[in-house]
Design a protein around this ligand. Structure first.
Ligand code: ADP
Ligand code: MG
Length: 446
């Protein structure tokens, strides 16, 4: 019973965590129930401290969600859970994929199959596929970058999972910059620097995530350059991921930066509206569930940059539905602010009702004073309804305040919102208009 809760909580935690955290979670195992709590084996003190510092509150709330009560966690050091990444890989040519993945710190969930490709990332995906199919040949090292939550870790791990699935004899190491740094410092403190260098100079494929975390760590980035040279000499594949391009990695060892710039550099852009819709549909499929189309569209419209937040919003809606047995309509969700924590109206966070009015006027070619006036022709009413709806969802103001801004009473504000939500279900141009208005608001297009 508790074991299931634990497994499901850890799975869910992994699917929303970065690679470093997933690596640590792979070094944990359920060991039993004790005094109504759970005992968990963990590879070592470093991992236990990491969990306590970074993961514990989420772990506890997920466990509570699943078991219906607070669960005490006891951690025990269990050295058998140390990943054996530095064990001679030839010996393991025949072991199963599961163990390989674990040893490489890869999350099985991150594959090419469930990675949605669109204009924003198709080039990077194509290079990543080529790397996965023929590692250590053409694109070495491969460097790609992009903002938070755009799927960099997913794609990086997809390369590793693909390689392991197709050639289990290959030794893959995935590690995040922060964990790499900590491990290096620990190795210096325990006079094990040689072991560290050996571990990272021997894999067939080194996947290094979030390399911006090494920026200020001069000595670690020098060490990485040494490792780089060894791997390069042996034709081993390296993939580096960062939240910014190489030229902005200011304090990173310059020799490393030069190497990155001599090879393929890819950039992942935020997904466009249609791609966001496709991502949501895929996530719903993975969760084996479905939700109302208007909510899907609302999320695709309002969460434009961070895909992690799209997932968070979906999960929170579904959890509310399944745990409390209430299926909220989109109107109710907006009123209750269910999605407020997830909406990334980045760049338009400060949009006032007046900004919204100007943007709507521009995109729909209806003058602002006409929108505020009494004309009830179809085009003008639509512009008015849209302006009210967007002002409500973007400016964080109450229906009464918005009413005052637009010379309307409370009930016509509520009516405008209902109208737009109903129209979104039937007419695709509404979503497109909203997207264009938001682009104007965020200054992306004129
Ligand atoms: P990053 O490393 O760029 O911050 P992640 O790789 O951690 O982002 O992605 C955050 C979440 O969004 C993950 O659960 C990932 O599966 C999902 N995700 C991001 N982009 C895509 C995509 N194109 N297709 C499917 N899922 C995606
Ligand atoms: Mg990441």
């Amino acid at each position: 019973m508790l074991k299931e809760a634990w497994t499901s909580a850890v799975d869910s935690l992994k699917s929303t965590s970065d690679g470093a955290a997933v690596g640590i979670l792979n070094q944990c195992a359920y060991r039993g129930e004790m005094d109504n709590g759970i005992t968990v084996g963990v590879s070592g003190d470093f991992a236990i401290n990491y969990i306590k510092k970074n993961l514990l509150p989420r772990m506890q709330s997920l466990l509570k969600e699943r078991s219906g009560r607070d669960i005490a966690l006891t951690f025990l050091v269990d050295p058998s859970l140390v990943p054996a990444a530095d064990v001679q890989h030839d010996l393991f040519g025949t072991t199963d994929i599961e163990k390989k993945r674990h040893r490489s710190s890869l999350n099985e969930h991150y594959t090419f199959d469930n990675y949605i490709s669109g204009k924003n990332n198709d080039y990077v995906v194509a290079v990543a596929m080529r790397v996965a199919k023929s590692p250590g040949t053409q694109d070495n090292p491969f460097f790609f970058h992009g903002g938070v939550g755009l799927g960099k870790t997913h794609l990086l791990q997809a390369i590793g999972n693909y390689i392991i699935a197709n050639d289990p004899a290959k030794k893959v190491i995935y590690i995040g910059g922060g964990a790499f740094l900590t491990e290096f410092v620990d190795s210096l403190n325990s006079r094990n620097a040689n072991r560290f260098r050996k571990k990272y100079s021997t894999p067939d494929i080194l996947l290094l995530d979030d390399i911006q975390q090494l920026q200020k760590a001069v000595q670690t980035s020098k060490e990485l350059f040494e490792i780089y040279q060894t791997l390069e000499q042996h034709g081993r594949q390296m993939v580096f991921v960062s939240d910014r391009p190489p030229k902005e990695l200011e304090n990173l060892d310059e020799r490393l930066r030069n190497r990155f710039e001599k090879n393929v550099i890819g950039r992942i852009e935020p997904p466009l509206y249609e791609t966001r819709l496709a991502i949501i549909r895929t996530k719903l499929d993975e969760l084996s569930t479905d939700i109302d189309g208007s909510i899907i569209e609302y999320l695709a419209q309002n969460i434009s940059t961070d895909v992690r937040k799209i997932e968070g919003a979906l999960k929170s809606y579904i959890a509310r539905r399944d745990l409390m047995n209430v299926t909220l309509s989109l109107e109710e969700c907006i009123d209750a602010g269910v999605f407020n924590d997830y909406c990334t109206t980045s760049g338009i966070a400060a949009a006032s009702p007046k900004d919204v009015l100007r943007a709507v006027a521009k995109v729909l070619s209806v003058p602002a004073d006409v929108i505020l006036g009494k004309d009830r022709t179809r085009t003008v009413s639509y512009a008015r309804h849209l302006a009210v709806y967007l002002a409500l969802t973007l400016s964080n103001r109450s229906t009464t305040e918005i009413g005052a801004e637009f010379n309307r009473d409370h009930s016509s504000v509520v009516h405008a919102r209902h109208t737009i939500i109903a129209m979104m279900r039937e007419k695709t141009h509404v979503a497109e208009d909203i997207e264009r208005i938001k682009n104007v608001l965020s200054g992306r297009t004129a």
